[in-house]
Ligand binder design. Structure first.
Ligand SMILES: Cc1cc2nc3c(=O)[nH]c(=O)nc-3n(C[C@H](O)[C@H](O)[C@H](O)COP(=O)(O)O)c2cc1C
Length: 147
């Protein structure tokens, strides 16, 4: 199974760390969508989208890509997010877009990531030390269970 993880990680590189661990577990390619805005995913069976959460949502570049890409017939997708405060499932918005396109989402993963945005930054930030080694191992196990 050929896999790729497309990620956006613009705050502290938290999601990049998670994506790297997942990619190791899956032997997947990694693409930073903020550098390569329109990657060709036609050769992949499994496509992961990983993003930091910005204002309750995945990065714009990922939302745009998922919205405008024509997925191939048997491609499967999974989602991963890192967020400051994990009080809700932030993957729901992307799942909705995928469902509208009849693209199967085979799983989602979410963990906290160090957050210094806004006022919290002045107070030392939220979720310092995350993703932790434990978060990263969990992310890798999650990914490996997909194949
Ligand atoms: C502009 C901005 C907005 C954010 N909005 C949220 C939010 O709505 N909910 C949340 O839990 N975390 C929020 N965060 C925290 C990030 O989601 C968190 O730090 C994440 O791990 C960043 O991932 P990255 O380092 O891969 O970019 C925000 C961070 C930034 C910079």
């Amino acid at each position: 199974m050929k896999s790729v993880i497309i990620f956006a990680s613009t705050h502290h590189g938290n999601t990049k760390k998670v994506a790297e661990y997942m990619a190791e577990g899956l032997s997947a390619d990694l693409i930073d969508i903020t550098r390569d805005k329109n990657p060709d995913i036609s050769a992949y069976d499994l496509v992961g989208f990983a993003s930091g959460i910005y204002f309750n949502s995945f990065h714009e570049a990922i939302k745009n890509f998922v919205t405008h890409t024509a997925f191939c017939g048997n491609q499967k997708v999974f989602l991963a997010a890192t967020c400051g405060v994990a009080y809700m499932d932030y993957t729901r918005g992307i799942k909705k877009i995928l469902a509208q396109k009849n693209v199967p989402c085979v799983g989602s993963f979410q963990c906290q990531g160090y957050d210094t945005y806004g006022i919290s930054g002045k107070l030392g930030g939220i979720a310092k030390g995350h993703p932790s080694q434990q978060d990263l191992e969990k992310a890798k196990r999650f990914a490996m269970n997909l194949i």
